[in-house]
Design a protein around this ligand. Structure first.
Ligand code: HPA
Length: 235
């Protein structure tokens, strides 16, 4: 048990999928894992462990935003021995060619600040996805037929953002999409020698204002779970 995770030692698999929403963790575990078992419910942050094609897998909520994700990523890696962490989530497109329902696989994530920012002092650390996971996820994503984009994203600390000028700069610099967790996930994983990747579905578009309805979100989310499982357990 840790401060935020009630699981016993050995209850968490080396492979962990991290959706933001704990109810999504429950949905994915029940739909994709064999014999899913609830291993955490502290603060309503649900985590389940089961098997996929015989491989042990944990699907655990990360919460919204980097401070929340940072707590779970740290404890999962340091205290429970997680070695491969794949965020599955949604993002807002920042590019005209990145459409609703497309998949974005994040090579790197810019940010204004992460919970790890203070320790780097003058250094602008460049968070980076694990290459083997990235390659396997792109292959799996392309196999679904859904347009897949690979590149940099922006991990924001603010959902209700008041800096349209900053978004404009990122669009100019080719940043594909905005979400709120990947930069810290990549940084914490790097610190502890673990592998990390973020696979995202485009749920809304910053330029057009379009957004997916809840049924499409669920379908896209299911695709990402499959891609994440294939990538994590083949690479
Ligand atoms: N901003 C931040 N995070 C997001 C967004 C967004 O527009 N869409 C999905 N996650």
């Amino acid at each position: 048990m840790t401060i935020h995770i009630g699981a016993k030692t050995g209850d968490i698999a080396e492979t962990v999928l991290l959706p933001g929403d704990p109810m999504r963790a429950k949905w994915a575990a029940e739909k994709f894992l064999d014999a899913p078992k609830l291993v955490n419910k502290v603060r309503g942050m649900l985590g389940f462990t089961g098997t996929w094609n015989g491989h042990p897998v944990t699907i655990h909520g990360s919460g919204m935003g980097m401070p929340s994700l940072s707590i779970y990523a740290n404890e999962l890696i340091r205290d429970y021995g997680a070695r491969t962490l794949v965020r599955i989530g949604s993002c807002g497109s920042m590019q005209a060619h990145v459409k609703l329902r497309d998949i974005v696989v994040a090579m790197t994530a810019s940010s204004m600040e992460t919970p790890s920012r203070g320790m780097f002092r003058e250094l602008n650390f460049a968070p980076c996805a694990d290459w083997t996971l990235l390659r396997a996820a792109v292959e799996a994503a392309e196999g679904t037929g859904t347009p897949t984009h690979v590149g940099g994203i922006y991990s924001s600390g603010t959902f209700y953002d008041e800096r349209p000028d900053l978004n404009e700069q990122m669009t100019r610099h080719g940043v594909l999409a905005v979400e709120m967790e990947a930069a810290e996930l990549y940084t914490v994983a790097a610190r502890h020698g673990a592998r990390a990747l973020a696979i995202l579905t485009v749920s809304d578009h910053l330029q057009t204002g379009e957004a997916l309805n809840s049924e499409s979100r669920e379908r896209s989310f299911g695709d990402m779970v499959r891609i994440a499982l294939e990538a994590a357990l083949s690479a």
